[in-house]
Design a protein around this ligand. Sequence first.
Ligand code: GLC
Length: 435
Amino acid sequence: MRKLTALLLVVILVMAAFPVAVTAQEPEIKCFTDEEATVVVAAGAVGQELELTRAGAERFMEACPNITVTVLETPDMVQDRLGFYLQLFEAQSGDVDVFQIDVIWPGDLAEHLIDLTPYLTEEEIAAHFPAIIQNNTVDGALVGIPWFTDAGLLYYRTDLLEKYGFDAPPATWDELTEMAQVIQDGERAAGNAEFWGFVWQGNAYEGLTCDALEWQYSESDTQIVNPETGEIEVNNEATIAAFERAASWVGTISPDGVTSYAEEDARAVWQAGNAAFMRNWPYAYSLGNADDSPIKGLFDVAPLPFGASGHGAATLGGWQLAVSKYSKNPDAAAAVAVYLASAAEQKIRAVEGSFNPTIMSLYEDEEVLAAAPFFGSLYDVFINAVARPSTLSAPNYNAVSTAYFTAVHSILTGEQDAAVALELLELDLADLLGK
Ligand code: GLC
């Protein structure tokens, strides 16, 4: 009996020292090939993107040791990244196998990408937001597996709103303009000469197309191209007013340099504690709350303000994983894409990097919601985000967007009068869209 008790005790002690690892719900990782292969992934590097993708690649290689994955850093700015991709595609190069592609690119890039449907079960496809699957399906081929989705958000400093007597974030753009000025004046008077009211993306690039579409749609209820009628809608009084208001921010509540800001430039000012408000994507949330962040716990996110239309607007963004038609190892490449976009990886990226999953069930996952509570509270913003006219204008979306942000940029810098710029833009777009 004594022996038995002693034995039991040993068993209990051993069990306590080596707790059973939780592996039960881990899905099986599919390698799709037993051959040795190398897969190069062209990935984004905004915020924590690159390190999270590299960590995911390591996890994949543990499960599929015959496949070596190299993650390549690509330029932050969307048009630069697209230029790099197009060079490879035009040369029909097999140097990169997997491409991180923007939600606006499936139509423009489909001809260079393989159909990934055969690598996914119906259930795996149905787990994603249907609208993104539809966006990524070109002529019946699924050319990108949804990886994360994005929508424009308003970041605001909770401590400063309280300090200046505001009890809620701004409901309208005019309110934002006023609040930003009050807080900026106060903080400067208190000795912070570097402080700004509002930072956003004003450089002449895709990010400005996103910000400007939010200003336009919320003010005028019109879009670049009407998604139902195909009509070009950029030239109207309310849109002129929206862009004039944005131009009035430059050098007042926003730094002059905002007209050369991309996402990370805005975040740098914001995260240093030098801005009251920021327009940015969800990725800035977890970075702002990191242990070394001066604004940790001092901010929150809200929907972007309403304009005269009586509603707000958030531009739909997001990224997919695609496999090049010129890849020498399409099966291995597909295995990498499928794994990186799987629920397991999307969950890690949501928790560690506040990247919005495209897999719907993760919006009910407790750990995800604890790390990024706004995934739940702002769920409507994510599912109602306004799309850029990429499907409508494919394969010329990039030209359409370039014309749009170039016109808006010229208004922001004061180079052109808004009414003139939008009249010319309307003509340019008509040309591009063959109207
Ligand atoms: C984000 C969005 C992407 C958009 C880009 C613009 O990365 O996810 O869709 O094109 O920002 O800078």
